[in-house]
Write a protein that binds this ligand. Structure first.
Ligand SMILES: [Zn+2]
Ligand SMILES: [Zn+2]
Length: 344
């Protein structure tokens, strides 16, 4: 049989049937029975994290936190130099936007298309935040949206109920407790698109290297600028550890605080709220109700006066021609979501 005959035969096949490689039609049910692994939805959880992985999560979370706690008294005793302040700011902005523009709006939600250079740069910049490798972060966050504030959400503050004690427990769980749970989100189910991309897979596998870079590069620059070991050490402490810890807690506050309090002008299936005090530090991510209402939208601070630095950055990338097909907010859609919220 020629290819054209096969195609004709396939097009005449009844709906629910499709041609197999030999050109004959195959009942989907039979196919599913013979190849269950291809048709069954993958489980949400991909088994427990290894002990080594567990230890690295503890170190990655608790070491910067310890530095942050130590930083408070030390800030007065140590001369925090302008070099440290500048390095802190630069690394905060790069790793922060790497997470918000890169990991979140681009890789998780596909709010725009990026050229290859920007795609790679965003994956690396996000990795510098020490919040997990790009594919793992995306898988967890897509799972969060799929099950938002219901069973299956990896970090809902409402997981234990709504009594004061349950909410205190829920706050801890949503903020950072969930990171220590050993059940790992199934990346094959939630991020198959990224697993197919060799460049992203390589950046993902190199996560340990990016962690070293994000801690040691500020030290190297600080040492060279001041030409001293002490300058290298203070830059490592402030622009490395303390910066990572501050960014950790700002990001995690979106998961905890922004699912507990805040205004809800738009309809969403969950308890996400817009919380203005975190807008600047989170680069616009705390407009979380607007985000859950319209997840693929490139702008989260969609209303007048709502500062959204990540959206500004995407605008810059668009002007440079590096980002295309940006999904900007549409007034009709906003009006519809606002009306639905009013209905309750
Ligand atoms: Zn959320
Ligand atoms: Zn999201």
């Amino acid at each position: 049989m020629t290819t054209t005959e096969q195609e004709q035969r396939a097009s005449k096949a009844k709906p629910g049937f499709r041609p197999d490689k030999t050109g004959s039609t195959v009942d989907i049910v039979t196919h599913a029975r013979e190849h269950p692994e291809q048709t069954r939805p993958r489980p949400v959880i991909d088994g427990p994290r290894s002990s080594a992985g567990q230890v690295s999560v503890y170190i990655g979370v608790l070491l910067p936190l310890a530095a942050l706690v130590a930083a408070v008294p030390l800030a007065w005793g140590w001369s925090l130099t302008w070099t440290d302040v500048v390095l802190f700011s630069v690394f905060y902005v790069v790793s922060g936007l790497g997470v918000t523009v890169g990991y979140h709006r681009y890789f998780t939600h596909g709010s725009f298309k990026a050229n290859k250079g920007l795609r790679g740069a965003l994956a690396v910049a996000g990795s510098l935040s020490v919040q997990g490798s790009v594919i793992t972060w995306v898988a967890d966050h897509r799972r969060h949206h799929a099950f938002s504030d219901t069973d299956g959400d990896p970090h809902s503050p409402w997981a234990f109920g709504d009594s004061p004690w349950a909410l205190a427990k829920g706050f801890w769980h949503a903020h950072m407790g969930w990171l220590f749970e050993r059940d790992v989100t199934n990346r094959i189910r939630f991020a198959p698109d990224l697993l197919k991309d060799r460049m992203i897979l390589t950046i993902d596998k190199m996560f340990g290297v990016w962690v070293l870079v994000t801690l040691l590069l500020p030290a190297l620059i600080g040492g060279l600028v001041t030409m001293s070991w002490w300058g290298a050490f203070t830059a490592f402490f402030w622009a490395g550890l303390v910066r990572v810890a501050v960014l950790h807690h700002i990001t995690w506050s979106v998961n905890s605080i922004c699912h507990m309090v805040g205004e809800k002008p738009y309809h969403s299936r969950d308890k996400a709220g817009n919380f203005w005090p975190l807008a600047v530090a989170s680069f616009g991510e705390s407009w979380h109700n607007s985000h859950h209402a319209d997840p693929t939208c490139a702008r989260h601070g969609v209303d007048k006066g709502q500062i959204d630095i990540s959206a500004r950055m995407i605008r810059v990338f668009e002007r440079l021609g590096w980002a295309t097909k940006v999904k900007w907010s549409k007034p009709e859609r906003r009006a519809k979501l606002a009306a639905k919220a009013q209905e309750g």
